[in-house]
Ligand binder design. Structure first.
Ligand code: HEC
Length: 117
């Protein structure tokens, strides 16, 4: 009897884990950029930085521009993971400081809680 309870608990835990990993699947930063940013940024409209310019910006700075900076309205409706994915797409290839490499992981871990509401 006790064993059955344990097995049920293990099964529930096993179900919960794949669900969490599905929720954390990294969004496609390139597709998001093409759908939401490209029309103004590649080629860049007047005043807007182009892709090469944005590649020189720090990952965290890009996320902050999208979260509460100049592009907050443009990224309306995007999740924190999606903003991080766009920033990762824009900065990839650029030399990333160690702290920067950890940022996307932290950014995907935090919003997972939101998805469980
Ligand atoms: C409707 C056109 C438009 C769209 C869509 C748009 N942008 Fe912009 N973006 C601009 C313009 C214009 C500026 C420059 C003016 C400003 O900074 O307010 C700018 C500025 C920026 C900057 C620099 C801001 C700063 O403070 O240095 C970044 C980074 C940026 N955009 C990223 C993005 C990303 C990523 C997306 C897609 C989620 C996006 N933009 C979507 C027009 C757009």
């Amino acid at each position: 009897m006790k064993l059955k309870v344990l097995l049920a608990a293990a099964a529930a835990a096993a179900l919960a884990v794949p669900f969490a990993s599905v929720a954390q699947t990294a969004p496609d930063g390139e597709a998001l950029f093409n759908a939401r940013c490209k029309m103004c940024h590649e080629p860049a409209m007047s005043g807007a930085p182009d892709k090469a310019k944005m590649a020189t910006m720090a990952h965290a700075q890009l996320v902050s521009v999208l979260t509460d900076g100049a592009m907050a309205a443009m990224s309306d409706g995007m999740s924190a993971e999606e903003k991080a994915a766009v920033a990762t797409f824009l900065t990839k290839g650029a030399p990333a400081p160690a702290a920067d490499a950890a940022a996307p992981a932290a950014a995907t871990a935090a919003p997972a809680a939101e998805h469980q509401h």
